[in-house]
Design a protein around this ligand. Structure first.
Ligand SMILES: Nc1nc2c(c(=O)[nH]1)N[C@H]1C(S)=C(S)[C@@H](COP(=O)(O)O)O[C@H]1N2
Ligand SMILES: [Mo]
Length: 170
């Protein structure tokens, strides 16, 4: 369970990251604008639902706290990450804030490889890795939860590895 389709290759001049839905003020960043935001280096363990883990992986990216800072969306409780290639995954907004989620564009000190989600992917290391959407292009904020790609096939809406939330009902 790694990629649900072919690797998209969006030129950086066409790349944007957008936060939309449940907000009167959608925000969009170009690639250059994203890189100009304050970035963080993150060293974390990641966990795939099919039981592999990778320890002490190093990433660089922009905190979702930074990106969500200017967004007014009092009704929003959940977000749907959307990607080039059509992949989606849903997350509680609370899991994207509090210094626990990033839009990451470097891995191990180098630009993120396209196969691993480059130019940028979501990084939500405290949840199962299918929530860390590769080739991410934005978040759609939602008042009520909806299911993304794997969640629609029975995977868990939240996916906390410590609670072993693999499937709906876990
Ligand atoms: N856009 C997109 N993101 C995705 C996926 C996918 O199929 N498409 N697969 C998820 C799953 S199930 C896993 S385990 C990780 C794999 O990331 P990696 O290829 O960098 O190891 O990406 C996640 N993000
Ligand atoms: Mo996975």
């Amino acid at each position: 369970m790694l990629s649900a389709g072919p690797t998209p290759h969006t030129p950086l001049e066409q790349w944007t990251f957008t936060i939309e839905g449940a907000t009167p003020s959608p925000l969009t960043w170009s690639w250059g604008e994203l890189l100009a935001l304050p970035a963080e280096t993150i060293t974390v363990d990641i966990h795939c639902v099919t039981k592999w883990s990778k320890f002490a992986t190093q990433w660089r990216g922009v905190s979702l706290d930074t990106l969500l800072d200017g967004v007014v969306a009092s009704e929003a409780r959940f977000a749907m990450a959307f990607c080039d290639g059509g992949y989606t995954t849903n997350l509680p907004l609370a899991d994207l804030t509090g210094g626990r989620a990033w839009v990451a564009y470097e891995f191990a000190g180098a630009p993120l490889h396209a196969e691993h989600g480059g130019p940028a992917r979501l990084l939500v290391p405290h949840l199962y890795f299918w929530k860390s959407a590769k080739w991410v292009r934005g978040l759609r904020l939602m008042a009520a939860d909806e299911r993304g790609f794997w969640e629609g096939y029975g995977y868990h809406d939240r996916g906390d590895p410590w609670l072993e939330q693999r499937y709906q009902g876990d």
